[in-house]
Structure formats: structure tokens, C-alpha cells
Design a protein around this ligand. Sequence first.
Ligand SMILES: *Cc1c(COP(=O)(O)O)cnc(C)c1O
Length: 448
Amino acid sequence: MASVQPRDLPSVDRLLRDERLAGLPRELALQAARDVLDEARRATRDGGWPFSPQDLPRLVEDRVAQATRPRLRPVLNASGVIIHTNLGRAPLSPAALQAAEEASRGYSNLEYDLDKGERGSRHSLVTDLLRRLTGAEDALVANNNAAAMLLILSALAQGREAIISRGQLVEIGGGFRIPDVMRQSGVELIEVGTTNRTYAADFEAAISPQTALLLRVHASNFLQVGFVHQPVLEELVGVGRAHDLPVVDDLGSGSLLDTTRFGLVREPMVQGSLAAGMTLVAFSGDKLLGGPQAGIIVGRASEVSRLRRHPLMRAIRPDKLTLAALGATLLHYVRGEAEREVPVWRMISAPLEALRARAENVAANVQGQVTETRSAIGGGSLPGQTQPSAAVALAADSADALATRLRRVEPPVISRIEDGRVLLDLRSVLPEQDAELQRAVRAVRAVL
Ligand SMILES: *Cc1c(COP(=O)(O)O)cnc(C)c1O
């Protein structure tokens, strides 16, 4: 076949007159036609254009399809990390999704009191649920936990001092560093103790007339072992009470369920912090709670009410989709069905035998091998803790190349490479996604 020459290529106008391109958005088609012809001209000059002029309309169509494809797309998380921040953290339950959809398809009572027929408050929508679940006097929801901490520090300690242990000046990831947040809130950071050991007496000794609050931050994503000490919550609360100072707990993930029931160590529980007497407790909506992105604050009514009235609150308030999904997620806990309905807990509580049976089924369909592995919780909770899991191992000359191809199918599959093998860990895949996972992997296998 004679190779295509630049002179064999049509003009942009002529290419656009092809009937296959008639239905495409004009501007996008024009841009795509220009780009495709530019590339073709360059490649034909260099003698390496693998197409014929008849392929041009299809190339333009593909280009337009690329440009109009949604950028945020569903992926299958076979990495074995359940709360994967890069993959959107917690998947939502069907009820949470339905609530978000129903609240936003039309109008809602977001800020409308249906009894009185007058303006209401969005902040009251989930307050009673949070109070019931945690035992708190009052509750408030912000855009995320970073915003919640910014609000707490700004409202309660701006222009004054907050005391924190040197062992808790942590960086969570994504640029969230406790010292930076404190500075941003106009709060002077008073560090006490040492990297590995801090005592209640260190807090006591640092209290001055300028002190506004005592802060505890959960070490979400790292472990300190060996010669280490932190005051227990009750001791910190005791110091706060003695000086009439609020004690604030940034729990990070926090949990409403006891993680020891699933063979894990105990992730600090929100109820526990409040029972210990913490004034305010802040935690994320999309970590172990298993809901939408949100920052939840629970605690003493007088402080929560100060936060609610602070001007920053308006800038970090949650939207209706969040409040709807969060409300539905909290209802799973109120009804005692969280383990069965909230995807994060479904994954954590999945028995190994069930994962193994699913892995065998998937493996048989994609010519893989079942292998035992360990999955992680992730999302800044339970660092170093893993659960036994079952995975499908896929043999490949290059594990990297196979993992890349898996990311390029539809839907993209995120795998994990271990000992030179590509693993599909089924703990972070919901059972109803197994068929889709198989189809995606087979699509990759088919072109090998
Ligand atoms: C994750 C985390 C945050 C940030 O929470 P976002 O909801 O991601 O904003 C803050 N503090 C701690 C201790 C965390 O683990």
C-alpha cells in the first residue's frame, strides 16, 4: 500500500462535511478536525501515519468523544485499601445516594421549617441524629474535618493560645498540617512535652491567662511505639476543667462502631471521647463513618453555638447533597444496620471465607489464581492494621504494564502489585461489582 502523503489529506472544511460528523457540536468538531489533520500532516511527512484518509472522520469522532467524556469517573478499587483518599474515600450506601438524589432533583426543605412555614436552619437537619448517636449536647457539620478544625480554632482561640503535645503536631496528607491550620486560624501554638512523651503536667505547666483551649490530635496515619506517653483523655479533661478551658479532640476518622469486633485494634470512638468529657470532638464524614465528605463537630452546646454563629461557618457550610447523604448514613447507625448497609463496614466485616469464595469465582473467569493477602483500612485510620483478605493474582511478564492496562479499561481497575504479581484484592470490591470487575479484566486479557 502506498503510504499516505500530506497532499492526500482533505482540508478541515471538507473533512467537516463528512456526514458522520454532522451531529457533533460544531466548535468541538472544528478543533478536533484541526488537531487530527495537523497530526496526520506531521506524521505523513515523517512517513509514519498508520491510518488512511477514510479513517479521518472516526478519528475526529473519537477526539470529540474524549473531550466530552466526564472527567470524574467511577473506578473499581481492587487495591485492598478500603478508605482510599485518592479514590474518593467512602462509597455511599444506596439509601445515602437516593437521599442525595431526591434532595437535589427538585426543591427540598434545606432551610425551610415545614411546620412554621418560615425560614429554618440547614444545621438542624442532622443534629438530633448526631446527638442520639454520640450522646453530645449539640452538633454541627462543616465541609470537611479540616474546615471543622479551622472553625473551632478560629472561633474559640483566635488571638490567643492553644496547647498541644509535640507528639501530635501531625501532617495528615494533602497539605493538612496541624501547626499550619493553627497559624491560619490566628492561634498561637504552644507546644508541650517531647516528640515521644507528653504528660498532663506538661499541659498544666503551660497554661497562662492567654490560653484559650487544649488540643488533642489523633495520630491517624502513623504509630509511635516504644518509650512513648500521652495523657489519657480523662487527664486532659481534668486539666481543662481545673482551669475552665475547653478541651478539643481532633479524632480524624473516629468511629461510631467498635473496630475490635472485626479483629482490629480500637479506633478511637466518638462516644468515648465525649464520655471522657471532651468539650468538642471533630471527625470526618467520609472515613470510618462511611458517608459523604463532611466535618462533624459534636460536643457542648455553648461552644457549638459559638461555632454556629461564627462568620467562617457560612464559608464552610455543607451543601444539600452532603446533608442528605449524611443524614441517610447516620440513619443506618440509628437503625443498627450500619454493618449491613454502610459500604465501608460491609467491606470491613466481610468474612474471609466469603472473600475467598468470590475470589475463586472471579479467578476462574479471568484465568487468575486465588491468593491470600492482607488488606488495609486506609484513610488515616488504624495505621499498620491489616485484615486477612483474598485476592486474584494475575500473571504477567510485566506487572507494571498489566496494572497500567487495567487502569485504562472501562471502568478502570485499580490493582496492587505485590511480589511482582498484580493482585485484585476483593475486600475493597463490593460483591455486586464482581461481574463488572471480571468483564474489565477480561477486556484486558483479550488484547494480550
Ligand atoms: C483526616 C484527618 C483530618 C482531615 O479531615 P478531612 O475530612 O480530610 O478534612 C484532620 N485531622 C485528622 C487527625 C485526620 O485524620
